[in-house]
Design a protein around this ligand. Structure first.
Ligand code: OGA
Ligand code: MN
Length: 317
């Protein structure tokens, strides 16, 4: 059966079917899936029959799968590659505390995962194990088409600009009690504001909630520009939402899309989402679990929020 691709927007997002991705795939099929992913930026796979192990195994077709940071120093799953994006604890009980509230708020800002790392994440594969009865979607925005539609004057203005990305800046935006000075003292990464998406050869904007400053611009002006660009990318004509049932999976390319978690009654309904993250294959040499180390080596300082009611290290988004 040939692979079927049903576009969601004319140039962004597609539902893909006709292939059983829970089983090992031949080289031609793997190539085809990678090409589809690069073309559409976000793909949606229904009723995949993936479990934890086959989720990780399938993710490897895209490249190196990163190790995920543990929650509260503990992994919920046997596979250390699985990032726990759920609202439940290890025994399946809904977690509701100040820290979770803030993490959810951060996740609802438009972002590109790991943009605050020097080595960026390319693909992210988010598999639904349990969904709330209504909603709980993920929203995605097309940063390639958004770039292409910019007025030429703006394209000229952005050419060659570099931006600073900081995890702690996006946490501050979400309401974490970090001061501007503390954010500035934390690790950050620099990336071009416009880059060529290698998989398609198209240019894309690379900004989001983690983008703290534009190098060479006054802070205020840079932030105004960042907000303007996020607003531009997230206009309705560039945006899709994916609603999940158990077994459904979305795959997004962090280098040509933005995403945000959608609202749902998260203190009432369990939403069990698990994610793998594939490193940018063009990133060159990097330690195998650079992200995990950033958070774990530091212990509780300086990464723990200062407010003692927030009892754990904020999670990656
Ligand atoms: C993520 C993320 C959104 C969601 O896992 O990186 O942003 O809908 N998830 O859970
Ligand atoms: Mn995310």
């Amino acid at each position: 059966m040939p692979i079927k691709v049903e576009p969601i927007l004319p140039r962004f997002g597609a539902e893909v079917s006709g292939v059983d991705i829970s089983k090992p795939l031949d080289e031609a099929t793997r190539r085809q899936i990678i090409d589809i992913q690069h073309e559409w930026g976000v793909t949606v796979w229904r009723n995949t029959h993936l479990d934890n192990a086959s989720h990780v195994a399938f993710s490897r077709i895209f490249g190196h799968v990163e190790l995920a940071p543990a929650r509260n120093g503990q992994y919920r799953f046997e596979q250390p590659e699985l990032f726990d994006a759920s609202n439940i604890d290890r025994s399946g009980v809904i977690v509701d505390n100040a820290s979770i509230r803030l993490a959810a708020k951060g996740n609802r800002l438009w972002h590109s995962d790991s943009s605050f790392m020097k080595v960026r994440a390319a693909e992210a594969l988010l598999l639904c194990h349990e969904a709330p009865p209504h909603g709980g979607p993920t929203w995605f925005a097309d940063t390639r088409s958004a770039y292409e539609d910019l007025p030429q004057t703006m394209k000229d203005r952005l050419e060659g600009l570099q931006a600073v990305h900081s995890y702690f800046w996006s946490r501050r935006r979400a309401g974490y009690p970090y001061t501007e000075e503390e954010v500035d003292a934390m690790p950050a990464a620099v990336h071009p504001v416009v880059h060529v998406h290698k998989g398609s050869g198209r240019k894309a904007l690379f900004i989001g909630a983690h983008t703290r400053d534009i190098i060479g611009m006054q802070r205020e002006d840079g932030r105004k520009l960042i907000d303007e660009l996020i607003a531009w990318c997230t206009q309705p004509q560039y945006v899709i939402s994916v609603h999940y049932k158990p077994g459904d999976m979305s795959i997004w390319d962090n280098l040509c899309s933005l995403h945000r978690g959608g609202e749902y009654e998260d203190t009432r309904y369990r939403r069990d989402m698990r994610r793998t993250t594939v490193r940018d294959p063009d990133a060159g040499e990097a330690s195998s679990d650079h992200y995990t180390r950033l958070f774990t080596d530091a212990g509780d300082t300086p990464f723990a929020p200062r407010d003692s009611t927030l009892e754990r290290i904020p999670e990656k988004v």
